[in-house]
Design a protein around this ligand. Structure first.
Ligand SMILES: NC(=O)C1=CN([C@@H]2O[C@H](COP(=O)(O)OP(=O)(O)OC[C@H]3O[C@@H](n4cnc5c(N)ncnc54)[C@H](OP(=O)(O)O)[C@@H]3O)[C@@H](O)[C@H]2O)C=CC1
Ligand SMILES: Nc1nc2c(ncn2[C@@H]2O[C@H](COP(=O)(O)O)[C@@H](O)[C@H]2O)c(=O)[nH]1
Length: 327
């Protein structure tokens, strides 16, 4: 592997602007046959998304992926979204009961527009078999498979029928995989994304490690079609996590999907819990992300997202933050 770097080691190089206002820049992206306002999706985690947020995002042309941690509610969720004329985007695991669930959906002629296979180590026969099972029973569904961190994995999952792959093993804010196992893309997620994107023939979702809105543009530059974000979407008024008050300040919980808080037991724990400052309404963050990305596009010298993909960049050793604390 040459050129190992992460988000904070990179700066994109500005090109001459072709717009008179940042508002002329179009941040929309087409992914799985639908067009969304942003190339961003809140993480499919229990403290980040619930049914209400999913509905809000779908109604307002944002991409979402519902988590898989209330398995018994998923079928009604799909029905409900379709009854409202909205797309359905759900997650599944790879255990036996998930095979039955896919068959149940097919038997009821409920075909979610997006199905994400969400497990820690996605480069596995378990995921390959599930991709093939979904494609057999729900051929119309767009299948996202992950998570992976190598080109070999991207190729194998695409070959098995995945329509998109999700890249990121261990860069997450509440992740402790890197500490507990010694493995992953933590600390070099952006370089791993670049490595995987070179092998990919289908879209890639960059997952984890986004700490600033500029990291979204960097993900797009290095090959992401979509960017999955947890911590920056935690702490909103609508966020499902518990709210607590400390010294007169409000915080909301954010915990890992492989944490003991999610699992209800201390077995194969690879996630932790933290509290993030209360951030106000979700829409404010989405709006700010859009404005910042519009600005990124203008610096790239274009008026749409694709302009970012070809900009030059430099690797800035010692980090771009000059010691400033940004998160
Ligand atoms: N993106 C990331 O870096 C990570 C994300 N997570 C998130 O945590 C949640 C739980 O993930 P996960 O534990 O996979 O889900 P599950 O608990 O549903 O496990 C899925 C299946 O994969 C098996 N499995 C899990 N890890 C491995 C592994 N390393 N090698 C072989 N088999 C494995 C499990 O068996 P068994 O439990 O018996 O091993 C189980 O049969 C997911 O939402 C996932 O996205 C978790 C860690 C890393
Ligand atoms: N290793 C673990 N990774 C996890 C866990 N729960 C979620 N995740 C991953 O993190 C991202 C979000 O990252 P962030 O930096 O934006 O906060 C999420 O999409 C998952 O891929 C976990 O328990 N362990």
């Amino acid at each position: 592997m040459d050129n190992v770097f992460d988000y904070e080691d990179i700066q994109l190089i500005p090109a001459k602007s072709m717009v008179n206002s940042r508002s002329e820049c179009d941040t929309s992206v087409t992914f799985g046959g639908r067009t969304f306002k942003l190339p961003v999706v809140p993480a499919n985690m229990q403290t980040i998304i619930d049914e209400n947020i999913a509905m809000y995002l779908a109604e307002n042309d944002y991409f979402y992926i519902m988590h898989r941690f209330n398995p018994g509610k998923r079928l009604d969720f799909v029905k409900d979204m379709h009854a409202r004329g909205l797309y359905a985007s759900i997650s599944v695991g790879v255990k036996e009961e998930e095979y039955t669930f896919i068959q149940q959906l097919a038997a009821e002629q409920l075909s979610p527009e997006y199905i994400t296979i969400d497990i820690a180590h996605g480069h596995s026969n378990a995921v390959i078999n599930m991709i093939q099972h979904i494609k057999k029973h729900l051929p119309q569904s767009f299948v996202i498979a992950g998570n992976v961190g190598t080109p070999e994995a991207v190729r194998e999952l695409e070959h098995a029928g995945a329509d998109a792959t999700k890249v990121g093993i261990g860069p997450g804010k509440v992740c402790i995989t890197k500490i507990k196992t010694g493995f992953g893309t933590g600390g070099w997620q952006l370089a791993a994304l670049r490595w995987c994107a070179k092998a990919a023939t289908k879209p890639i979702i960059a997952d984890g490690g986004i700490r600033t809105h500029g990291d979204i543009a960097k993900s797009v530059r290095f090959g992401a079609s979509m960017v999955m974000i947890g911590s920056l979407f935690a702490g909103h008024e609508e966020s499902p996590g518990e709210t607590v008050e400390r010294d007169g300040k409000l915080y909301k919980e954010y915990f890992g999907s492989a944490s003991e808080f999610q699992k209800g037991e201390r077995r194969n724990v690879e996630g932790k819990k933290m509290f993030v400052e209360y951030k106000g309404p979700l829409q404010d963050t989405l709006t700010e992300m859009e404005q910042d990305l519009q600005s990124s596009i203008s610096y790239a010298g274009g008026d749409r997202l694709a302009a970012i993909r070809t900009v030059d960049y430099v690797i800035v050793k010692n980090s771009i933050f000059n010691g400033d604390k940004v998160y």
